[in-house]
Design a protein around this ligand. Structure first.
Ligand SMILES: Cc1ncc(COP(=O)(O)O)c(C=O)c1O
Length: 401
């Protein structure tokens, strides 16, 4: 059964009724293509389970391991991977809280956490606010993991004698890179060699587009001592319904057992219910979404070529985020510092496009080294909004010339 393209179901007027951050951060004349929320209605199965719960006042505490079972079955169906054992899974409030908890299990205050910049900006904030140091191992020019750079970072991370971890985004936000099984195997080999523990943020895993396939980090040889964080938050747009799972590989099971039990109490019951249903009954809706995102990523390529010939569009393999290299536009210089910045901070191209095109994008510099001069564009929207945004951006650039 084919479902409708969820990206074409809501009008701009309907979306503007939303009170979430994406829609409330800017005035009404701005098209918001920044924060990672999608312009879609809820998947019908998820809406139904929530309506049923509300109808009978079923708003208590979560019970059982249906969420873990649903993710295990999803992994088997979609990725042919039978590696999730519900006994090695713990409920966590959300992916970032879970990531911090996993880092606490394998590192101490003052230890180093390696990240591949440019990367999801909160990686810097959460890690440094938990008294760990971030060490960047920038992606290569092809926006893929550079193994030499990563090895050097691992060596430096361990050189002080402390423990070290590698917090990775698989798939990678903001570049949309989907790491291959071969790449992850090479990462695991390095991590083992240098005694670095891996925490894989796999929140974007359901959002791998045609032409690429998702490899769970825990499925690759050497990945058995790692942790993965999974949730339906990005795939089904459930950020407001907090829940996620921390999944341990067989050699990390004992570590996961040390996570304080109360951490799981932070997940919301309605969140657990929604995420479970999404993984259990959300495939048809997800496939329709992926087809829409695939079409949008092609459309974006055409729109960039037509309206922004000075911009380099790195075609994403997964996620609904596009990474646009605007350095060729010669816009104002970036903010002096890069790295841990407030996610809403604007500089260079993002500031220009907000002011002159009334299009809100995420500013590249907040993603750390390699991000300056870029913007991240969220294309989980309708073709009409995407076309209007790129048309406005092109007009703004031409008006400057
Ligand atoms: C890579 C990555 N991790 C984590 C999150 C946030 O997840 P959560 O709200 O579950 O903490 C996002 C949101 O965009 C993300 O892109």
């Amino acid at each position: 059964m084919n479902a409708k393209n969820p990206l074409e179901e809501l009008t701009l007027a309907q979306l503007r009724q939303r009170k979430s951050l994406k829609w409330r951060a800017h005035p009404e004349d701005v098209l918001p293509l920044w924060l990672a929320e999608m312009d879609v209605p809820l998947a019908p199965a998820v809406a139904e389970v929530l309506h049923e719960a509300i109808a009978i006042g079923d708003t208590g505490y979560p019970a059982g391991h249906a969420f873990a079972d649903a993710v295990r079955d999803f992994a088997l169906r979609r990725w042919q991977w039978d590696g999730i054992d519900p006994r090695r899974v713990k409920l966590v409030p959300d992916v970032m809280t879970g990531a911090v908890q996993m880092l606490r299990l394998v590192t101490d205050p003052g230890d180093v956490v390696v990240v591949n910049s440019p990367v999801y900006a909160p990686f810097y904030a959460y890690v440094t606010h938990d008294d760990r140091q971030v060490l960047e191992a920038p992606l290569g020019a092809d926006l893929r993991i550079d193994l030499g750079t990563l090895e050097d970072a691992f060596r430096r991370a361990r050189s002080g004698g402390g423990n070290a971890a590698f917090l990775m985004s698989n798939p990678h936000n903001p570049t949309g890179t989907v790491h291959t099984a071969a790449e992850l195997t090479a990462v695991a080999e390095l991590a083992r060699r240098y005694g670095v523990r891996v925490v894989a943020d796999e929140i974007h895993a359901p959002l791998v587009l045609p032409g690429s396939s998702f490899a769970p980090y825990l499925s690759v040889p050497g990945g058995e001592d790692a942790f993965s964080l999974m949730s339906a938050t990005k795939g089904w747009n459930l950020a407001g319904l907090k829940a996620a799972l921390a999944v341990a590989g067989p050699e990390a099971a004992a570590d996961l057992r040390r996570m304080p039990e109360e951490v799981g109490h932070g997940a919301s019951y309605l969140g657990v219910m929604s995420h479970t249903t999404a993984f259990e009954h959300g495939d048809v809706w997800l496939d329709a979404l992926l087809a829409g995102l695939d079409a949008n990523r092609s459309l974006l390529g055409e729109l960039v070529a037509e309206h922004l010939p000075g911009v380099r569009y790195h075609v994403p393999e997964g996620t609904y985020l596009a990474w646009l290299d605007c350095r060729g536009l010669g816009l104002e210089a970036e903010a002096a510092s890069t790295g841990p910045a407030v996610v809403t901070e604007l500089a260079g191209p993002a500031r220009f496009f907000l002011a002159e095109a009334r299009v809100a994008l995420s500013s590249g510099h907040v993603f750390g080294t390699g991000g300056a001069g870029h913007v991240r564009l969220n294309y989980a929207t309708s073709r009409a909004v995407l076309t209007e945004a790129l048309t406005r951006m092109g007009a703004a650039v031409r008006a400057r010339a």
